[in-house]
Design a protein around this ligand. Structure first.
Ligand SMILES: Cc1cc2nc3c(=O)[nH]c(=O)nc-3n(C[C@H](O)[C@H](O)[C@H](O)COP(=O)(O)OP(=O)(O)OC[C@H]3O[C@@H](n4cnc5c(N)ncnc54)[C@H](O)[C@@H]3O)c2cc1C
Length: 322
C-alpha cells in the first residue's frame, strides 16, 4: 500500500498532536492514499480524528512500550511497517519524540531525511528556508523510499476533510526486541501551562533581557490574558538566566512558532532567535534601541521603554473590549 504516511503522536485520551493534523491535511492535498501511524496508549482511539483529517488507515498500537521507552521501540515498529507496506513518504512533526523516531528510522532505512521542510510539492520534492529564512529553496529527495520529512510547525493549516469517515484501524503487532529498550523513561514532568500551547497560539508575546527583571514578565502575562488565544514566550538570554522555564524558549535551540502575530518585547533580534519566529504572519517589536536588528523584520516597530509601553497597550486592549 504505497502512499504518504503521517507519524502521529497521540495523547492517552486519543487526541492527535497539532503538527500531525497539519501534516495529514497536507498529505491529503497531495492526492496520495494517506495513512497515519500512532504508537502508544490512546492510539486506537484516534481513528475518528485521523479519518476526519484524511487518513484512510490508522496503524495503531496501544502498547505502553512505545511511551515507556524512548524512540527506539517506535522506530523499530515503524521500520517493520515500512518493510511490509512500502510507503513513498513519511511526514513527522518536529516534536522531540517524533524527531527522535525519524532519525532512528532513517538509520534503519538508509533513505533521505530532510528536516525543517516548509512545503511539500510531491513525494520526493519539498521546500525549506535557508540563510535565516531570507531564501526559499526547492529540494529534490533522492535515494530509496520512503523519503522522510520533518515539517516545520504551522507550515500548513490543519483542516478537516469534508465527510471524512473514521480511518480503518490496522493493529500494529510487532515484537520489539530487548535491544530497543535501552532508554527507559523514568519520569514524566508536565509543564503546568495556563492558556494555549505556544506552538498553537494565534498570538505569541515574547520577552527578552530588555524586560530587565523576571518579575516584569507579569506585564507580558497581563497582556496575554487580555488577548484571546495569546501565549507568552521568551528569548534564550532570559531562559539561561533562569527567569522563565526552557519550555518558553523560542529560537534555534528552543521552539519554532508561526502565529498570526508575534510580539517581541525587549528582544534584540539575534539570528538564533529569529529562526524560531520569522515565519510569523505579523511581527511587532518593542525595543528602546531604534537600531535593534529586530526592527528589520518587524511589520510594526515601537521604539521606547517596554516597561512603560506594555501596561498602556494592555489597558487599551481591555478598554476596547469594554
Ligand atoms: C548555539 C546558540 C543557540 C542559540 N539559541 C537561541 C535560541 O533558541 N533562542 C534565542 O532567543 N537565543 C538563542 N541564542 C542566543 C542569541 O544569540 C542571543 O544571545 C539572545 O537571543 C539574546 O536575547 P535577548 O534578545 O533577550 O537579549 P539581548 O540581545 O541582550 O537584547 C535585549 C534587548 O532589549 C532591549 N532593551 C533593553 N531595555 C529595554 C527596555 N526597557 N524596553 C525595551 N527594550 C529594551 C535592548 O535594546 C536589546 O535590544 C543562541 C545562541 C547560540 C550561540
Amino acid at each position: 500500500m504505497p502512499g504518504i504516511w503521517v507519524y502521529a503522536e497521540v495523547s492517552s485520551d486519543g487526541k492527535i498532536e497539532a503538527g500531525a493534523l497539519e501534516n495529514l491535511t497536507k498529505a491529503r492535498e497531495l492526492g496520495s492514499e494517506v495513512s497515519a501511524v500512532a504508537l502508544g496508549p490512546g492510539s486506537s482511539q484516534a481513528a475518528a480524528q485521523a479519518g476526519e483529517f484524511g487518513a484512510a488507515t490508522l496503524f495503531a498500537s496501544d502498547d505502553s512500550i512505545y511511551t515507556d521507552f524512548i524512540a527506539q521501540p517506535a522506530a523499530f515498529a515503524l521500520h517493520e511497517l515500512v518493510k511490509e507496506h512500502q510507503p513513498e513518504l513519511i511526514l513527522f512533526s518536529p516534536t522531540y519524540d517524533s524527531r527522535d523516531v525519524a532519525g532512528r528510522l532513517q538509520a534503519r532505512t538508509g533513505s533521505t531525511l530532510m528536516s525543517n521542510a516548509t512545503d511539500i510539492l510531491g513525494p520526493d520534492y519539498a521546500q525549506t528556508q535557508i540563510l535565516g529564512g531570507s531564501q526559499i529553496v526547492d529540494v529534490t529527495l533522492f535515494g530509496p523510499d520512503p523519503k522522510l520529512l520533518i515539517v516545520r510547525p504551522k507550515s500548513f493549516e490543519a483542516q478537516p476533510a469534508e465527510g471524512g469517515a473514521a480511518a480503518t484501524v490496522v493493529p500494529v503487532e510487532v515484537s520489539v526486541p530487548d535491544d530497543c529498550k535501552k532508554a527507559k523513561r523514568v519520569q514524566r514532568h508536565e509543564q503546568a501551562a495556563a492558556g494555549p500551547k505556544m506552538e498553537e497560539a494565534k498570538v505569541v508575546i515574547s520577552g527578552g533581557r530588555g524586560l530587565q527583571d523576571p518579575a516584569n514578565f507579569k506585564l507580558l502575562e497581563e497582556m496575554a490574558s487580555a488577548i484571546p488565544g495569546a501565549a507568552v514566550g521568551a528569548s534564550r538570554a532570559v531562559v539561561d538566566a533562569g527567569w522563565v522555564p526552557y519550555a518558553m524558549q523560542i529560537g534555534q535551540t528552543g521552539k519554532t512558532v508561526s502565529p498570526e502575530v508575534y510580539i517581541a518585547v525587549g528582544i534584540s533580534g539575534a539570528t538564533q532567535h529569529l529562526v524560531g519566529m520569522k515565519s510569523s504572519k505579523r511581527i511587532i517589536a518593542i525595543n528602546k534601541d531604534k537600531d535593534a536588528p529586530i526592527f528589520q523584520y518587524a511589520d510594526l516597530g515601537i521604539v521606547g521603554d517596554a516597561l512603560q509601553i506594555l501596561p498602556r497597550i494592555t489597558e487599551a486592549i481591555n478598554a476596547r473590549k469594554g
